[in-house]
Design a protein around this ligand. Structure first.
Ligand SMILES: C[S@@+](CC[C@H](N)C(=O)[O-])C[C@H]1O[C@@H](n2cnc3c(N)ncnc32)[C@H](O)[C@@H]1O
Length: 198
């Protein structure tokens, strides 16, 4: 979907306003660059995903690229806690596959009707969220992820890697040097049949 430069600038202004209102919750002054978005999404197979959940969708930089990669019958739940950013997402996306949910990523399971998620995409700022919120979100992710599922995580520091290696059986890492600042990208899996270490 081609979007004009004015729309992009408007979205950046809204994002920055949300950052000023809730710096620790938003955790970045600008949305993620498209290089980092593509680099991270390339770590999972969206073409075969039936259910994808995005945590902290912001202005939708990941959401648009996820929709481009998702099959026509795929389901996509996009969680965003900030009502102003939710309004931006609702203006931007008119696609029957996406459900934009104004709730915390701590409550993903409440929206799944027992289904499992093939791919979780997180842009949440784990290092600046309260510790209990961070732990609740990791527990939710482990609970809702399909056995062969993958959780993709973008962070601006490697600090969260310790949590990820404790929670998941395997963690792969890439660094997106073209993002400002450079971003750490993780692909985390609970190997089939293994009990995750908590
Ligand atoms: C660093 S921004 C990333 C936004 C977007 N994914 C991107 O890459 O540009 C983090 C986003 O997570 C949202 N957020 C923070 N805590 C959340 C929570 N508990 N549940 C859902 N969204 C949350 C913030 O409002 C913000 O939009």
């Amino acid at each position: 979907m081609k979007r004009d430069i004015q729309e992009r600038i408007q979205e950046r202004i809204r994002f920055f306003r949300s950052f000023l209102a809730h710096p620790r919750q938003v955790g970045a002054v600008l949305p993620t660059s498209r290089w980092a978005v593509r680099n991270m999404l390339d770590m999972a197979n969206f073409a075969e995903a039936q259910c994808v959940a995005e945590l902290g969708a912001g202005t939708g930089v990941y959401s648009g690229e996820i929709l481009d990669r998702l099959p026509p019958d795929g389901n996509f739940l996009a969680f965003e806690i900030d009502p102003n950013l939710v309004a931006t997402l609702r203006e931007r996306f008119d696609d029957p596959r996406i459900r934009i949910i104004n709730d915390s990523a701590e409550n993903v399971q409440d929206y799944l009707n027992g289904a499992k998620v093939d791919i979780i995409v997180s842009g949440l700022p784990f290092t600046s969220l309260p510790e209990n919120v961070k732990q609740n979100i990791f527990k939710q992710a482990i609970r809702v992820l399909a056995p062969e599922g993958v959780m993709l995580v973008l962070q601006y520091s490697p600090l969260v890697q310790g949590d990820l290696t404790r929670m998941f059986a395997s963690v792969r890492r890439r660094i997106a040097f073209l993002n400002v600042p450079p971003a750490f990208l993780f692909a985390c899996r609970t190997a089939l049949g293994e009990i995750p270490r908590r």
